[in-house]
Structures are given as C-alpha cells and as structure tokens.
Design a protein around this ligand. Sequence first.
Ligand code: AKG
Ligand code: FE2
Length: 261
Amino acid sequence: MGEPVPVREVTAEEVARFRDRGWARLPGLVDPGYVAGLRERALERLGRRQGRFRNGFVDRAFGQDRDIARQDEAFGALAMSPRLARDVVRLLTGVRSVRLQVTNLLVKEPADGDGHGETVFHQDFPWMPMDRAAMLTVWLALDDVPADMGALRFYERSHLYGPLGRSFVREGDDALTQHPWLADLDLSEPFDLEAGDATVHSSLVIHGAPANRRDRPRLSFTATYFDADTLYTGAPYGQTDGLGLTVNAPFDHPMFPVVRG
Ligand SMILES: O=C(O)CCC(=O)C(=O)O
Ligand SMILES: [Fe+2]
C-alpha cells in the first residue's frame, strides 16, 4: 500500500447540510496536487479516445468514461480510499458500510458548435435495481469549474419527496416538466469550483447543470456509493444484468466492492 490518498474529513456542518438539503459542497475535499495527477491521467485517456457516442439523451449532456477506477490505479485508489469511505458513511444516515457502485470520468464539451448541452434536471435513483435509496455521488472537479462551465445545481430538499420518476428517457422529460411544483423549492445558486473541490448529492435529490459556456472541456470524476446492506431487486439495468446477482440478496460481487473505512 502506498501513501493514503489525501482526502479530508467532512465536517459535522457538511453532514448536517447534506442531510437537510440533499447535497453539500465539499471545498478542498481532495488535495490539489493529487488532483493535478488525476487531471493529467484524464487528459491522456481523453486524447486516446475514439469517436464519441451521441445516441442517447445522456450522451447529449456529457461524455462518460465509465468504471475508470477499475482501469486506472490513481482513480482506483481514490474510489477505494478508506478516508473517502468514512466520509460517505458519515454523510448517509444509518449506514454501517458502503459499496462502490460506479465511477466515471465525465466530460462536458463546450456548447459551441457540436458540443454538449445542459444536463437536464433529474434524480439518479429511479434507474437503480436497489431496494433502498441510501446512495450518493461524490462529484470531484478535476480542474477549475466556474459556474458557467457547468457545475451542478440542486433543488433544495427535493430528496425528501422520494423517487419522482426517470428522466433521459424521452424528449422533454426533465424533472421540472414532469413535476412543475419543484419550482417552489429553492434552486441552489450557481457557484465556482476549484480543482479538488467536490459536491456530494443524494440519489434522490433533483440535480442538473447548465451547458459549458467556456472554451475548454469541463472535467470531473464521480464515484457513487450505496449502503452495503442494500438488496438487489432484479430490475433490469445495464450494469447488473447478467452478473448473476441474486434477487433479495446483497450486491456480493467484485463489481460492487465494500470500501472499508
Ligand atoms: O455532471 C453532470 O452534468 C451530471 C452528473 C450527474 O448527473 C451525476 O453525477 O449524477
Ligand atoms: Fe445524476
């Protein structure tokens, strides 16, 4: 084992905010020096990338390099970091340990020309074959992400309303169009992130992002964790279909490692 990945502890105030509002800002979550190394690796991978898929609704909003932590050791060390796992356990309510669901390198290309558009407002949970929603995503800025480059925005406390349905299935199915009452909730103010800053969001909070109005790609890394006691429901899902998971049993599979705190 090398040095521990330089991830800081979340504060009691950040935990309280996350639980109250469904999301929180975590400034300086990961040491900027470590993040500079991640950024270099990310750019190197992107340079080797072949073509882009623009078929689905999600692909219009950002590019994905899924499961990057299984392919790159620096991203892997961060995703499997005991310090990060401790933070996640503290943020979630009533959870003893967590599994990693997925990691992703997200790239939102500048909107000009043939670039990406906005990330429409949505929840993450309605896609999941999980029997509970104790699940969150850490969204780490790999480079400075000024607000107009597309940092996430959140409908405050929207996680309290349970699953509100899927988005990204058809044209015009963003959460606001499906549920106009959401507009009565406060929308988080736009904010600038620096490399190493993160946001963390509940799988039930409504979130989205504007298009990237700058001239360089928005680069971020996400890691999604869920309660290790969660049971598999058997609902069809690309990631889990065919893995041989047992319905009504935990996600006991190398794809979903328990991350020890
Ligand atoms: O980065 C984005 O624009 C959206 C990311 C997202 O929806 C997520 O990580 O759950
Ligand atoms: Fe999302």
